[in-house]
Design a protein around this ligand. Sequence first.
Ligand code: LTN
Length: 347
Amino acid sequence: MTDNSKPRVFSGIQPTGKKTLGNYSGGFRQYVQTQATGDAFFCIVDLHSITVDYDPADLRESTLDLAALLFATGLDSEKSTVFAQSHVSAHAEAAWLLSAVTSYGQLGRMTQFKDKSEGREFISAGLFTYPVLMAGDILLYQTDLVPIGDDQRQHLELARDVAERFNFRFGETFRVPSGVFPEVGGRIMDLQEPTKKMSTTLSSEQGAVYITDTPDAIRKKFKSAVTDSERGVRYDPEAKAGVSNLLEIMSVATGRSIDDLQAEFGDAGYGTFKEAVGESVVELLAPIRERFEALRADERELQRLLAVGAEKARRVADPTLEQMYDRMGFAKATAGRLFGAARPRGL
Ligand code: LTN
């Protein structure tokens, strides 16, 4: 079942917001690459979505949207395990157990908690304990590698601390995971404000390219992308300038090096260059969009694929959870809990 020669990879993806070209470049693209080299689990973290104000009907739709998008960008249900967090009850249980070895003070120092709670009138307890749920996600699978964005470094550090504290207090149980951070294409900037990251929530409609945008919408967005005055098509990543961002985007879309692209477009006008970048992104995203539309239209098939994923996930997560209960001194629940965990929800 598990292949010990390949590192176990685990990542969680929030089912909220429309996913951007930035998410593709710094996330989805990496996930697909791990299929060849690792034993990979990709979890749609719906339980994390309830930590801020949300709409139940949206959550259901976004969960299926994200599942379709993960398969459309190239994840293969035979090679990887793609599943919804709420379908595997071990996640919610692990979060409670791990809260015993998580420091209240450390949770209070999480910058994401401080940013997300600032100025809100209602701050849920779940927003505060969010990193404990995330630690459980990772640790249940005896994960070696966690592909994540830079903004998740502090959460990963907490997960490592939690693993070490549990191992020390209750005996060796968890593998201590390492983060993998994207080198190239990890920071795609907003097309209208190239000093800011392209964002699902903060970018304007024109500043962000969505993975499921139509070819025409994509062309339009690149046509109106901000460039720099009088600098020509030159790469200068430090300047955080529009042209450098466009070069990076075209490099991601075509697989060609920045040097190679500079050689071709160095003397071209901005108009010609922007059109070429737009076309390269259309070529990258059009097939993904088509696969997405086809998969999304077949909810039964999506549900089936998620059920296959959840089954595979349970087979790995449940034994870890059992070990946690046992090491922590809980009396054995003869068959009861195991049966409960393996039983499909709703029965
Ligand atoms: N917090 C992460 C999502 C996430 C995750 C995980 C990532 C939840 N659980 C486990 C990696 C591993 C985010 O907001 N991107």
